[in-house]
Design a protein around this ligand. Structure first.
Ligand code: NAD
Length: 270
């Protein structure tokens, strides 16, 4: 089998659902060995089992990892290197959208802190341990393997646009992901380590659909979506695959927006 990620090793957080799950399966289809990490081990294990069944030529391992804990992320990266010998792709994708996240007046400090801990600090730690591992990647020219790698951090369209339906902590955390990713991209550019942010638009995944739990809330957003629909997780996975592979070899520090045109919209078609 030849694929865009053949012989590569990818670690994906939030791999038990949505974007992370679809990306795990797609990256495996393209030849990568996958470490599926999630706080929900059952979800990650289901993904690993699916990959092993469909693509027996690659290895998939699921582990429990809470990205809000530094030791869990260090352990996840160590596991990838121990089991697969290297780390080529780090997809820092896990995130939460808390139902009590609101405006400046109503958001509790505990909700702010929890959101930052997972969505922003977790991404920092993911970058830190991935960079350390990628520097040690052995080169094997015959297999197209080299030192360095690709780090993809999931941000959001809300980091680029304001919304009068506030989720203050979530939005601030995702803005932090964009700024941090851009800066790290500059710091590590000459080491062959590329860092890019993925900015998804609103998607039909449990994260958003649990939050938009009434038709009224969904319609409040739908009118602003140029294509008249929410996005699918697989549409983000395909963009993540591009950022993970050498197809994007001259891209670093980008806010890669996959939002169905939302961030370009003023008035949408009826
Ligand atoms: P999802 O809810 O389908 O999947 C998120 C996964 O992350 C779940 O499996 C969950 O168990 C896991 N997770 C949560 N907290 C964790 C933690 N502390 N440690 C490890 N894993 C944890 O959501 P999704 O839509 O696939 O979201 C993935 C990413 O995309 C998130 O960062 C989210 O903020 C971002 N995003 C989503 C949307 C959207 O509309 N769904 C839009 C823009 C950005």
């Amino acid at each position: 089998m030849s694929g865009r990620l053949q012989h590569r090793v990818a670690l994906i957080t939030g791999a038990g659902s949505g974007i992370g799950l679809e990306s795990s399966v797609l990256f495996a289809q393209e030849g990568a060995h996958i470490l599926l990490c999630d706080i929900n081990l059952q979800g990650a294990q289901k993904g690993a089992d699916l990959i092993s069944e469909r693509y027996p030529q690659v290895k998939a391992i699921a582990i429990k990892c809470d990205v809000s804990k530094e030791e869990d992320i260090k352990n996840a990266v160590d596991t990838a290197v121990k089991e697969f010998g290297r780390l080529d792709v780090m997809f820092n994708n896990a995130g939460i959208m808390h139902p009590q996240d609101d405006n400046a007046l109503n958001t509790e400090e505990s909700i702010w802190d929890l959101t930052m801990q997972i969505n922003l600090k977790g991404v920092w730690w993911g970058c830190k341990y991935a960079i350390l591992a990628m520097r040690q990647n052995p080169t094997d020219v015959s297999k197209g393997l080299h030192t360095g790698g690709s780090i993809i951090n999931t941000a959001s369209f809300v980091a680029l646009m304001g919304a009068a339906t506030p989720q203050l902590a979530y939005t601030a955390s995702k803005g932090g992901v964009l700024a941090m990713t851009r800066e790290l991209a500059m710091v590590h550019a000459r080491e062959g380590i590329r860092l890019n942010s993925l900015c998804p638009g609103p998607l039909k995944t449990p994260l958003l659909m649990d939050f938009l739990n009434t038709e009224e809330k969904r319609q409040r957003r739908m009118v602003h979506l140029p294509m008249g629909r929410f996005g699918e997780a697989i549409e983000q996975a395909k963009a993540a695959l591009f950022l993970a592979s050498d197809d994007s070899s001259y891209m670093t520090g980008t806010d890669f927006t996959v939002d169905g045109g939302l961030s370009s919209a003023y008035v949408t078609a009826t």
